[in-house]
Design a protein around this ligand. Structure first.
Ligand code: NAP
Length: 305
């Protein structure tokens, strides 16, 4: 029986690991299907406090990993396939084997939705991203595009106007899904050029395998044309990674874990931290903060038992 199992090794999971390890709880940390989480898909992180020159996303994760190991966190590869709460014990099935724990911290993150076009995986970080806050500043005075029509797409497009020469907002319909205030703001901006009833059907890379353009299809006429852009920001929503917990833990109508108070879930000893329970901020530093909060709550809960 473990004292604490932590699911996920993004910023939230690793911060929870540092705190619980330092509290002598010897946490068992499950790496998950994408070890290191979303930060490993970005290049430079410029807004994590304490790194005035910026830091590579993978490097930041590696340092957190080391810091957790230093205090005795144990890491194992594997993802949770199933979860059960049996007579006060939290059980997770990892690669076919049931593990038991008193406290469980779920920091399984969220995954950006992608368009599913050929070459997508190779272009991520080379002109294809899902995070304007992370990567927008790398595209100064060049044209970029945002795909999507929701609040995220409008927010990303507005943020990108600070850097890019023009921001094409590519949406598959002729009206935005975004809230009126966000839509009005985006459409009123002189740098934002909406392209209605349009879809990106192909990414066009240059000889260095960096984004050069997209092939755009007009969905009313089916005509295609090339649009020169140095970066494509995909903002078609995120999916919280809650699969094994569905039906057992409280999940809101958008699919995110919904703690009843702070990071505490509806079952005893279960805590949630980071993007799996946060559809609002989704930043590395907020995920780290929530990881810390979940660890302290878990430690206090264990002490009470
Ligand atoms: P969203 O509201 O679900 O919007 C996703 C957008 O992507 C929609 O316009 C959708 O088109 C489009 N889309 C989905 N799949 C697509 C595909 N395969 N190809 C092309 N387009 C596709 O997601 P979100 O914008 O990330 O927002 C999520 C939640 O967070 C919302 O509740 C939002 O209000 C909230 N949020 C709020 C703020 C804010 O208030 N500042 C900022 C960000 C997010 P259709 O419209 O045709 O379905």
């Amino acid at each position: 029986m473990e004292q604490v199992i932590i699911v996920g090794t993004g910023c939230a999971g690793l911060t929870a690991a540092i705190y619980t390890a330092r509290a002598n709880l010897s946490p068992l940390v499950l790496e998950g299907s994408q070890p290191g989480g979303q930060l490993t898909t970005t290049t430079e992180v410029e807004n994590f406090p304490g790194f005035p020159e910026g830091i590579d996303g993978s490097e930041l994760i590696m340092r957190m990993h080391k810091q957790a190991e230093r205090f005795g966190a144990r890491f194992v590869y594997g993802s949770v396939d199933e979860f059960e709460h049996r007579e006060g014990i939290n059980c997770v099935k990892v690669d076919g084997k049931w593990l038991e724990t008193k406290a469980l911290i779920i920091a399984s993150g969220a995954s950006a939705r992608w368009l599913g076009l050929p070459g997508e995986k190779e272009l991520v970080g080379h002109g294809l991203t899902s995070c304007a806050t992370c990567d927008g500043a790398f595209y100064k005075n060049v044209p970029v595009c945002v795909v999507g029509g929701g609040d995220s797409a409008c927010e990303e497009a507005l943020f990108l106007t600070r850097f890019a020469s023009e921001v094409y907002l590519i949406h598959r319909r002729d009206s935005l899904r975004a809230s009126k205030i966000m839509a009005d703001r985006a459409l009123a901006h002189p740098k934002i050029k909406p392209l209605w009833n349009s879809a990106v059907v192909e990414y066009v890379a240059d000889s260095e395998k960096k984004m050069r353009a997209v092939l755009l299809q007009d969905l009313t006429s089916n005509a295609t044309r090339e649009l020169e852009v140095k970066c494509v920001f995909v903002a078609i929503g995120h999916n919280a990674n809650t699969g094994p917990f569905a039906g057992k833990l409280d999940i809101d109508n958008k699919g995110y874990l919904s703690p009843k108070q702070g990071t505490e879930m509806n079952l005893p000893g279960v805590f949630a931290a980071g993007d799996v329970a946060d559809q609002v901020y989704r930043q590395a530093v907020t995920a780290a903060g929530l990881g810390c909060a979940a660890a302290i709550s878990a430690e206090r809960w264990l002490a009470e038992q």
